[in-house]
Design a protein around this ligand. Structure first.
Ligand SMILES: Cc1cc2nc3c(=O)[nH]c(=O)nc-3n(C[C@H](O)[C@H](O)[C@H](O)COP(=O)(O)OP(=O)(O)OC[C@H]3O[C@@H](n4cnc5c(N)ncnc54)[C@H](O)[C@@H]3O)c2cc1C
Length: 473
């Protein structure tokens, strides 16, 4: 963000964080379920799913929908949704490719098919939420991609024209129309995409967990899987309580240490942060307009995402994407003072009308960035183990699609999904340390510099672009 921070903005930002609770807002909920018991001892199942985020839960539920007789066990190391799935921004987009632009640059030939599949996937999410009466404030109000700098306008317009040419029902909003809808002095123009929803992320996890249990999935929480290996015609899944013998296994472990060595260089864990405001008063709400429920993001390399909640708060997240040396993952990284301060300053620069408002919650979480930003898929141990990872910062919707892909792959089925180039190809890996840290830091610094310099990319970024490599959140 290039706008200079005024003293009034800095003051408002400092005051706004004074009594913030350092935990995900979504967990501060009386309906949060008690943890399920850990695995009691050795076991066996047709399908074992490792990981109780969206990917694991969707895979387990879809497996039961395909075949109710299938014995499915889900093993979660902590509690379902404690990680990214319970603490994200709740933008549930139709895009399976980490946005239209990324899809266009990587899979132009199959983007129309991917767009249709993404829309069907979002419909499927909505159907499950209705069928299982999941109270997660799922609102399909679309999304706004907002330009806040003049140099961003041509690119946004180009992308809008391309979406229209491909039959998408996007709308262009000029400054007046945009500020009529959501008022910020920084907003220049936007594209509205109707194919997106917002939801309450942890509530979706808990609803999916209940749906799985009601369909007969056996879920053990507090049960870390320590290894997997071939065993007879199946797979042995190792836990402290003993082995679980499985015919097939799905790995849904996202940014955590992969159980397969071959995946160790394929993703890096990156920390993303968010703030939640107190509920806005009616005057505060009126001062910014924003009567709809659309999710909004701005367009810098270091971008913000923001949305409202059912009780009238604003979630404001993004901007920094923090990598720790040697792919560090730790609870202590979920808090980062420096980032919260930057986020608060940028919030009041965007909405100076809201100075005086306070943030109630501040938190972070880890995402699994890969060099193409969209998930990749594969199997191991002669087709008995399936995995999907690399959702980067857009996995709320795409994980359900991935669950379907994994079940197709494990069944050895030839389907429109498994025939996709996006599914058959893999991104380039990250280099080992210390080159990984050096490369990521160089990219982060270059992206920030490009934002401050009318989007002009330096040689490093241009070279990365040429090889289709990137770093994003
Ligand atoms: C702050 C933040 C904001 C985000 N905002 C958005 C957004 O608005 N929209 C969007 O689309 N995406 C967003 N994302 C990304 C999105 O949340 C993720 O892509 C998605 O939740 C990934 O789901 P998952 O099931 O693959 O991973 P996770 O939710 O991370 O689940 C993986 C699970 O596997 C478990 N596990 C790992 N290893 C083991 C093991 N060995 N044994 C047993 N269990 C294990 C973990 O405990 C964890 O529960 C955001 C992410 C963050 C952190």
């Amino acid at each position: 963000m290039r706008a200079r921070t005024s003293p009034a903005t800095s003051e408002a930002a400092a005051a706004s964080l004074q009594s913030v609770s350092r935990a995900p807002y979504w967990f501060d909920d009386p309906t949060r379920p008690a943890p399920l018991p850990a695995l009691a001892g050795p076991d066996s199942a047709d399908l074992v799913v490792v990981g109780g985020g969206y990917l694991g839960l969707w895979t387990a539920l879809l497996a039961k929908e395909r075949d109710p007789e299938r014995d499915v066990v889900l093993l979660e190391g902590a509690t379902c949704g404690h990680a990214a799935s319970g603490r994200n921004g709740g933008f549930c987009e139709a895009s399976l490719t980490h946005g239209f632009g990324n899809g266009l640059s990587r899979w132009p030939e199959e983007l129309d098919q991917l767009t249709t599949m993404g829309r069907e996937n979002l419909d499927g999410i909505e159907r499950t939420i209705e069928e299982h009466a999941i109270d997660c404030d799922f609102v399909r109000a679309g999304s706004l991609a907002v330009a806040t700098e003049r140099y961003q306008l041509p690119g946004l317009r180009e992308e809008y024209d391309e979406t229209r040419a491909r039959g998408m029902a996007t709308t262009w909003l000029d400054t007046a129309a945009l500020r009529e809808r959501v008022d910020s002095p920084r907003f220049l123009a936007a594209v509205h995409d109707p194919e997106a929803a917002i939801l309450e992320p942890a509530r979706l996890v808990w609803g999916l967990r209940d749906a799985c249990l009601s369909r007969g999935v056996r879920i053990a929480e507090q049960t870390p899987v320590t290894g997997i290996g071939r065993s007879g015609a199946g797979v042995e899944v190792e836990t402290d309580a003993g082995p679980v013998h499985a015919r097939r296994v799905v790995l849904a472990t996202n940014a955590y240490q992969p159980l397969l060595r071959r995946l160790r260089l394929m993703t890096v864990p990156v920390y993303d942060y968010a703030l939640m405001t107190e509920p806005l008063s009616s005057d505060q709400r009126e001062s910014i307009g924003w009567q709809g429920r659309e999710g909004i993001s701005d367009l810098g390399n270091q971008f913000h995402y923001f949305r409202t909640t059912r009780d009238g708060r604003v979630l404001w997240g993004g901007y920094d994407a923090i990598y720790h040396y040697a792919s560090g993952v730790s609870e202590e990284f979920e808090q980062r003072e420096q980032t919260f301060e930057v986020l608060a300053r940028n919030f009041f620069t965007t909405f100076p009308q809201l100075r005086g408002l306070r943030f109630s919650h501040a938190w972070g979480g880890v995402i699994d960035t890969c060099t193409r930003f969209a998930a990749f898929y594969g199997t191991a141990l002669q087709g008995r183990v399936g995995y999907a990872l690399g959702f980067t910062g857009l996995g709320v919707g795409a994980t359900r699609f991935a669950g379907d892909v994994l079940l197709d792959l494990l069944a050895g089925a030839d389907t429109p999904r498994t025939r996709l180039e996006m599914v058959r190809t893999r991104p380039l890996p990250f280099p080992p340390e210390p080159a990984r840290w050096v490369g990521i830091e160089a990219t982060r610094r270059s992206l920030a510099r490009a934002d401050a310099n009318d989007g002009k990319e330096n040689l490093w970024l241009r070279t990365m672009d040429r090889f289709g490599l990137g770093f994003d959140s």
